[in-house]
Design a binder for this molecule. Structure first.
Ligand code: ADP
Ligand code: MG
Length: 319
């Protein structure tokens, strides 16, 4: 199979919101009047971000999902993507499953694949995603204000628990194993939530490297500090029922575990009711986990007010 056969067979699908898609030297797209273009790239490296034997359908999903999550955190509507692949070899079955996983999620969000690049090399998957956001409305990391509530969507640490299971650091019972592996391999980017928060949140980020590490980006960009309540953090059900013996693992997963792709955002107290309505409408749990204060850094408190020492912040490829 030639490079061009591969692109035609697996990565060329009809488009309706694109002037010119796959097949020329560049794609052409029209941005709607009054909108800004939001662009983000994320790369998944085989052996670093995922096991080389990962199910290709799930990998196709995740390759796009991590990028959609970045646009969700900006409050942008995803529109187009490009896909750059470096592949050790071209296996029909693998490519078929990978592209199905990719396009299934793309269709769910009306994202069109408009181009990319395909080369031979170590397995490496990179997407550039493009979306639209009304002028001046994007959610930035830099907007947090003293007095804001800090919120998080979904559950924290579920994906890290799944990874701990794959690495045999913990032996999970059937139910917990299923939910944590689903979180790790099939993350559901919070696109609708990001859109709903556009005129409500002061700042937002997606949690990809662990809550503490990602919240720190908001704190640094906004020049503020945070007080968090550990007991309020939404944790995987597994930890709720095994709180004693798995405490260290729970802390590590919930505070510092990567790959959650939930949104962490800050909003004024006056918006609490609207946020609760959004949670109901979208069927996404939204939990208030602390508040923005003046100063520097992040203080974590137990229910009785005592300060909890933080062991590890989050994942950093170069630390
Ligand atoms: P060029 O030589 O101009 O870089 P390529 O031969 O790399 O063009 O690609 C041919 C066309 O196929 C281009 O439109 C490119 O965007 C598209 N393309 C290449 N790889 C992929 C891919 N993995 N997914 C989607 N489109 C791709
Ligand atoms: Mg090329």
């Amino acid at each position: 199979m030639s490079e061009f056969d591969l692109i035609r067979r697996f990565f060329t699908r009809p488009t309706s919101n694109t002037i010119l898609g796959v097949g020329d030297d560049a794609a052409l797209m029209r941005v709607n009047p009054g909108m800004e273009l939001a662009v983000s790239t994320d790369m998944l490296v085989g052996g670093t971000h995922f096991y080389l034997d990962t199910d290709p359908r799930q990998l196709g999903h995740k390759t796009l999902a991590v990028n959609l999550s970045d646009l969700a955190a900006m409050g942008a509507q995803p529109r187009w993507a490009t896909l750059s692949l470096s592949l050790p070899q071209a296996h029909d079955d693998w490519l078929q499953a990978f592209s199905e996983g990719f396009f299934a999620l793309a269709e769910q969000h009306s994202v069109e694949l408009v181009g990319g690049d395909t080369t031979r090399g170590p397995l490496n998957l990179s997407v550039t995603i493009m979306g639209e956001v009304p002028q001046g409305k994007a959610l930035r990391r830099s907007g947090a204000q003293v007095g804001d509530d800090i919120w998080v969507s979904g559950v924290l640490g579920e994906a890290a628990l799944g990874l701990a299971h794959l690495q045999e650091q913990v032996m999970l019972p059937e139910g917990a194993r299923q939910s944590s592996l689903a979180a790790l391999q099939q993350p559901q980017p919070r696109v609708a939530l990001g859109l709903a928060l556009r005129d409500i949140a002061h700042s937002a980020i997606d949690v990809s490297d662990g809550l503490l590490a990602d919240l720190k980006h908001i704190l640094d960009s906004s020049a503020v500090a945070a007080e968090l309540r550990y007991d309020r953090l939404p944790k995987p059900a597994y930890f709720a029922s095994n709180s004693d013996e798995t405490d260290a693992l729970a802390q590590d997963c919930v505070l510092s575990g990567g790959d959650d792709y939930e949104l962490c955002f800050t909003a004024p107290l006056a918006r609490r009711e609207e946020i609760a309505v959004i949670a109901d409408l979208l069927h996404v749990p939204l939990t208030r986990i602390g508040s923005i204060v003046s100063g520097q850094g992040c203080k974590l408190r137990a229910a009785n007010g005592s300060v909890i020492k933080i062991a590890r912040e989050g994942y950093d490829h170069f630390a």
